[in-house]
Design a protein around this ligand. Structure first.
Ligand SMILES: Cc1cc2nc3c(=O)[nH]c(=O)nc-3n(C[C@H](O)[C@H](O)[C@H](O)COP(=O)(O)O)c2cc1C
Length: 391
């Protein structure tokens, strides 16, 4: 089974990502990993930290002579800010006078429930791990998943469809979304310049007032054949797995598959994607659809259309105008602690969600097609594609 885990604290020495279950022989393009990490750091409305750090993943194991060797892949991402935090957050006991306690928990963060749960006198240890800095490690792991999917012609990309009240009011094509991933400068990762300008105006407004803003990103999986995922067990349905994967991202509060939200207020005749036969030569099967309201999934199984997953982000919890809280020491009302913060992270969250979606799809692909080497996996994959073509 393809699995991954991460370790590391926001201001600790490093983040760590570990991916196991990747077949041998997958070419590892380290440029792609760096590019994905760079993409996660972009977007209008990010905080100061993005300017001081340029992330890189140092591969320790599992890759030799440019290819995976089937053993676990361990990667270390150094926190460049560690030089300023070594005495504040030492591994050894250190000097208590140099610690930097967070003594008034911030609403909307894990600070209060985490301190109660772990019996911490201040919220520092909670926020260090709850922080979305951890998504850098997920993105490094997700890049490995993308590299595995690439030889099979399966690609994953994201774009932003809403920031605050500004939204993209037309559908985006796969080509437009894929082209965004190649851009050298990222504003709000929207395919339409006019909508993007409106999104920027939303961010400018909160920058002026000391507030924060949320939005919606969309992740698209292109090139996935029908039949990945299954309806037979609740915990193997791809829609459920994707929802969990994307919902696990910091600040994501709702996940939508295809037109899920508006489908709830629409008539069945306008929602379901009617089936036709004689689809294009490029496609995996000649069964085709006029539209893709289902977001490429029916019964938890891919149906050959693009898989479309949206994540809804709440506004960032840390405000320059801090919200009300209570002092852990005195129990008196105080303003919540302020930690350096972003005001809008929708494009970056989309990149982190791509990683989560790529890892989920890669896991299901490896489960379905099996194989200890890429050659074996590809052989099984192509054989299945022939089978469904001849259905
Ligand atoms: C890419 C990304 C960057 C984030 N940056 C910040 C930030 O700078 N400040 C902040 O308060 N929250 C930030 N968040 C959100 C918090 O990490 C998150 O709201 C918090 O840990 C509580 O978790 P929850 O919102 O999932 O309940 C970010 C989220 C993402 C996805």
């Amino acid at each position: 089974m393809l699995r991954f885990s991460t370790a590391g604290e926001s201001h600790g020495e490093s983040l760590v990502a570990m991916v196991s279950g990747v077949p041998a022989g997958v070419p590892v393009d380290q440029e792609l990993i760096s590019r994905e990490l760079w993409r996660r750091q972009q977007g209008y409305g990010r905080g100061g930290r993005m300017r001081i750090e340029r992330d890189g993943a140092h591969i320790l194991s599992g890759v030799r002579h440019g290819k995976t060797i089937g053993s676990p892949i361990a990667m270390v991402l150094a926190n460049k800010d560690w030089k300023n935090w070594g005495e504040i957050l030492p591994v050894e006991e250190g000097d208590a006078a140099k610690h930097k306690p967070v003594a008034s928990p911030r609403p909307g963060h894990a600070d209060l429930p985490g301190s109660l749960k772990y019996d911490f006198p201040d919220a520092r240890y909670v926020l260090e791990r709850a922080s979305a800095r951890e998504t850098a490690a997920r993105v490094a792991a997700g890049a490995i998943a993308k590299l595995l999917l690439r030889p099979l012609g399966i690609e994953v990309a994201s774009h932003v469809i809403r920031v605050g009240k500004a939204e993209l009011r037309r559908p985006a094509t796969w080509e437009e979304i894929a082209a965004l991933q190649l851009k050298e400068s990222v504003l709000l990762n929207c395919v339409d310049p006019e909508s993007e300008a409106a999104m920027k105006a939303e961010v400018d407004a909160v920058l002026r007032t000391g507030d924060t803003i949320g939005g919606v990103f969309e992740v698209v999986v292109h090139g996935l054949p029908p039949g990945v995922g299954t309806h037979v067990n609740w915990d193997e349905r791809m829609d459920g797995l994707l929802a969990q994967a994307v919902m696990s991202l910091q600040a994501v509060k709702a996940v939508e598959i295809g037109r899920g939200v508006t489908a709830a207020e629409s008539l069945g005749s306008t929602v379901h994607d009617e089936i036709a036969y004689n689809g294009g030569e490029e496609a995996y099967t000649k069964f085709s659809r006029e539209h893709n309201n289902a977001g490429g999934l029916e019964g938890g199984i891919s149906n050959g259309e693009d898989v479309v997953v949206r994540g809804y982000l709440k506004p960032i919890s840390t405000l320059r105008r801090p919200l009300g809280s209570v002092s852990f020491a005195t129990r008196e009302p105080v303003k919540a602690a302020y930690e350096r913060s972003d005001v809008c992270v929708v494009p970056a969250a989309g990149v982190a969600a791509e990683a989560m979606v790529a890892l989920t799809v890669a896991r299901l692909v490896v489960e379905k097609f099996g194989g200890d080497s890429l050659r074996e996996l590809e052989h099984n994959f192509r054989g299945y594609c022939e089978q469904i073509k001849a259905f």
